[in-house]
Design a protein around this ligand. Structure first.
Ligand SMILES: [Mg+2]
Length: 499
């Protein structure tokens, strides 16, 4: 697998989906009736709301039906638009990635600002920069009214190799431009399976530019919001126990992984060879006495047979209790969430390998075959609406950190290499979309099914420069003439990483 796993390569998006059920019913796992329970607003201890409800993809008829008879269907924007969202159902995303530095300032008794458990606040160079720039020329105003969203693999890197134009594009946005201003940009990937910080450390080294946690969204990042709603969850996918670690960081309270269940009852997975090391590192309990409240597929399954068996056992159980079989397969079914829906993922193999989307289609088919009813499920990641709504939250919060203004820029440019996820999602969300030729897309003037609205570019640098010229003028210069005075660059190129 590539060191920088970004599994949106070769995505074959779903063919036309079927009618959507939109009953908008909400409830707890024990109280819902004919539909998947999607949590309602829950007030946090401070009296605020930590999450936002977003209409979710919730097909009352399993997606598998389309695949069984029309395997050759290719996705088109029209199909996707008709299929993506079932309005009336909703999916929570975090209100913002984290409290912003400005809003997290609490004043202690001595009047000095402090954050519990964290070092004292210092004014960042970024905020100073915004003050220096307060003359607010027309150009600065325009520069503050735009933002970029980058896909990663095929745009900035290939696996763990830099695409050279990616480094230069980020330098320009990090302040090496005639205004010496930072232009907000975030990273939106369907990659998964590692904590955010580990991915960022790896990526920022490759692109030789600083990247902050607050700029980064991978497929399961918005699933952080689900931690508020469920106590005991099954987390599936990823290498070893990395996804358990991710879920812990997201605040999930009681996390079960398939190995814990196999260690408790090896007969549940008859073909699994369970190593001594796996036994030692797992956390078996008596799962016949525990209700698992939801299933979260965070990343690609490393053992389809075991994971599918356990997921199927849980979906068919009475309210997530292993060892039981529900009399009514729908009313007592626990919900299942997937962090993304890509069918295929690039690897060293000559043709892309199956990803979460195909795993899900398999589960839907098995569930239908065994229970006779369709499986409802929810999916995050590009091109699902929840992920784009969450990107708005992240851009807004990043704007506050860069410029001290908590607002969403009007002109957002998505740069991606995959028409079926990056471009279709960006187009539907009203972003300007730029398709680059350094990854998946190798077609003609534009993609036929999902044409990029802002155009097709040889690489990310061309896309960024063209967008900057459109917003800031044809004569806009892509370098800062006096680095000694530049308030952003004079402090070093890591200024965005200040804590
Ligand atoms: Mg890509």
């Amino acid at each position: 697998m590539p060191a920088y796993e970004d599994s949106d390569f070769g995505t074959e998006a779903a063919p036309q989906l079927q009618q959507q059920k939109s009953n908008g019913q909400q409830g707890t796992p024990s109280s819902f009736g004919q539909s998947l329970p999607v949590p309602g607003d829950q007030q946090n201890q401070q009296g605020g709301f930590n999450s936002i409800e977003v209409p979710a993809t919730r097909n009352s008829i399993a997606q598998v039906d389309g695949y069984m008879h029309q395997l050759s269907l290719s996705p088109s924007m029209k199909d996707r638009r008709g299929s993506r969202n079932s309005f009336g159902a909703s999916l929570p995303i975090p209100r913002s990635k984290r409290q912003s530095r400005l809003s997290s300032v609490h004043y202690a008794d001595d009047g000095k600002p402090a954050r519990p458990g964290m070092p004292p606040i210092q004014p960042t160079r970024d905020i100073l920069a915004s003050q220096v720039q307060s003359f607010e020329s027309e150009k600065v105003k325009k520069a503050k009214n735009m933002a970029f969203v980058f896909d990663i693999d095929g745009v900035l890197v290939h696996g763990d190799r830099l695409i050279p134009q990616g480094q230069r594009a980020l330098e320009i946005l990090n302040g090496d431009n005639e205004l010496g201003i930072k232009i907000p940009h975030i990273f939106l990937t369907n990659g998964s399976g590692k904590p955010e910080q580990a991915r960022i450390d790896q990526l920022s080294k490759i692109v030789r530019n600083p990247i902050h946690m607050d700029q980064f969204i991978q497929s399961h990042t918005p699933m952080r919001a689900l931690a508020e709603y469920y106590n005991t969850v099954l987390v599936v996918g990823g290498e070893g126990y990395k996804c358990r670690e991710v879920a812990e960081q997201y605040g999930f309270k009681d996390i079960v992984v398939p190995n814990d269940i196999v260690a408790w009852d090896p007969t549940i997975a008859p073909y699994r060879v369970f190593t001594e090391e796996e036994r030692k590192t797992s956390r078996p309990r008596d799962f016949s006495k525990i209700n698992i409240e939801a299933i979260m597929v965070f990343s690609d399954s490393r053992d389809y047979a075991t994971d599918m068996q356990i997921i199927m056992d849980l979906l068919r159980s009475e309210n997530g209790r292993l060892g039981t079989m529900a009399e009514d397969p729908v009313s007592s079914r626990i919900p299942i969430y997937f962090s993304q829906g890509d069918m295929l993922c690039p690897t060293e193999h000559w043709t892309p390998r199956m990803s979460q989307g195909t795993f899900r289609i398999g589960l839907e088919a098995m569930y239908k075959a065994l229970s006779g009813v369709d499986l409802e499920r929810v999916v995050y990641g590009k091109p699902e609406l929840a992920t784009y709504k969450y990107a708005d939250e992240v851009i807004t919060s990043w704007m506050e950190q860069l410029h001290g203004e908590e607002k969403l820029p009007e002109n957002v440019y998505m740069v991606g290499d995959n028409p079926a996820s990056d471009i279709v999602g960006g187009n539907m969300y009203g972003w300007n979309t730029c398709l680059v030729r350094t990854g998946v897309f190798q077609g003609g003037d534009n993609d036929e099914n999902n044409p990029a609205s802002f155009g097709v570019f040889p690489n990310v640098l061309d896309a960024v420069q063209t967008a900057l010229k459109k917003e800031l003028g044809e004569d806009f210069r892509f370098e800062w003439s006096d680095a000694n005075v530049n308030p952003v660059l004079s402090g070093g190129k890591d200024s965005s990483a200040i804590e």
